[in-house]
Design a protein around this ligand. Structure first.
Ligand SMILES: Cc1ncc(COP(=O)(O)O)c(C=O)c1O
Length: 379
């Protein structure tokens, strides 16, 4: 990917762009990503325009949306017209799933262990299809799909990185298999994008849904859906609205310009400009660092954490085979809540989930912070 790749030392300099580092030892990016200073400024700038002038000049607005889309596309090596802005991961999953041309009785195979986002969208928005929820974790995903394969199987939906265990699915071989069988793969990428260097062209993914609220440093209320351009022509064109069309101005609102023939058609109406502008400011930081460097740094921190927990006889819940995500989940020998409470008291933030501690460091975290964590944990 065409990114500059900063060295670890330089990544740590970028730490000053994250005010949270002055307040907390924050290892909870799989929970909620903290806003950067440039993102806060982007929000302040939008609000200043809204307060002083009510709205952006129309030409500025069009240019900004175009630029924002290009930045998001660059993060995952997509084309800008393959990106549609959404409000959250669920909305992106919804748009993907209702637009796949499914017939009554077709089958959708869903990772059973998912965070509720996928489960609710599949359960309540696809009345005409048969839903099969099956375990994927710890298994070869191709074998799981093979086992449930018949001519009716049209879609597989899963999390690229599992929200709790951090297990990351090896997508490339799965995508090749699914493509050969005519199955669409819909991916919830919110626990991966921003932590791992993900290239949609290289993997050939069909649909990738991602909210801003975690590894992309927020804010919630913004996100994107990637739609592989191979599918533009077969999509149903549902969830299309007036801002899914090319407008050159808003003087004449009686005209009806045609919808974009691509992912942009799904932007129903007025966008969350505040949220998108902040998301884009955050992504620009990642692009400047280089996603490869960001991923390497996260993996180095994760590895450090993992080795120390192993030495302390904690159960490592996260599989350590490749590919690797940014999440490390461990089960303490005793009550996880006690360790969690002690960490919280020391202003160290991780997640408590299912009697496990989930650590999710980002590139600006440091080995010194890990030292602090273990001072508290081993107390
Ligand atoms: C895997 C996964 N998907 C989705 C979400 C959130 O979905 P949404 O962005 O729709 O709120 C979360 C966590 O909040 C998650 O961990």
């Amino acid at each position: 990917m065409n990114c500059s790749n900063l060295k670890f030392q330089d990544l740590t300099l970028t730490r000053s762009l994250f005010p949270i580092t002055n307040e907390l030892i924050y290892f909870n990016h799989a929970g909620t990503g903290p806003l950067s200073t440039p993102a806060k400024k982007a929000i302040d700038d939008c609000i200043a325009v809204f307060a002083a002038r009510a709205e952006f000049k129309v030409e500025d607005y069009f240019a900004q949306v175009k630029n924002w889309r290009a930045v998001v596309a660059r993060l995952i090596n997509a084309a800008p017209e393959e990106i549609t802005f959404v409000h959250n991961t669920s909305e992106a999953l919804y748009i993907a799933l209702v637009n796949i041309p499914l017939k009554d009785g077709d089958k959708v195979l869903v990772m059973d262990e998912v965070f509720p986002a996928i489960r609710y969208i599949v359960q309540y928005n696809l009345p005409q299809v048969k839903k099969l929820f099956v375990p994927f974790l710890g298994r070869d995903p191709i074998e799981v799909v093979k086992k449930n394969f018949d001519k009716k199987l049209k879609v597989v939906v899963l999390e690229l990185v599992h929200y709790l265990t951090g297990e990351m699915i090896d997508l490339k071989p799965l995508i090749e298999f699914c493509r050969e069988k005519g199955i669409y793969l819909v991916i919830d990428g919110i626990q991966a994008i921003g932590a791992v260097d993900f290239d949609v062209k290289e993997t050939g993914v069909d649909f990738l849904a991602c909210g801003a609220g975690k590894w992309l440093f927020g804010p919630t209320g913004a996100g994107f859906l990637y739609v592989n351009k191979r599918h533009f022509r077969i999509l149903k064109g549902l969830h299309a609205g007036w801002l899914g069309a090319e407008w050159s101005g808003f003087e004449d609102c009686q005209i009806s310009p045609p919808l974009y023939p691509d992912a942009r058609m799904f932007e129903l109406g007025s966008r969350n400009i505040i949220g998108i502008s902040a998301l884009v400011a955050n992504i620009n930081i990642l692009l400047k660092c280089g996603m490869r460097s960001v991923q390497e740094k996260i993996m180095s921190l994760k590895n450090d954490l993992g080795q120390r927990f192993l030495a302390m006889k904690y159960e490592i819940v996260t599989p350590f085979e490749s590919p690797q995500s940014g999440i490390l989940t461990v089960r303490p020998p005793r009550n996880a809540k006690d360790a969690f409470d002690r960490l919280r008291k020391a202003d160290i933030v991780v997640s408590l989930r299912s009697n496990c501690l989930r650590f999710s460091p980002h590139f600006y975290n440091t080995e010194e912070e890990i030292e602090e964590i273990f001072k508290v944990i081993s107390y």
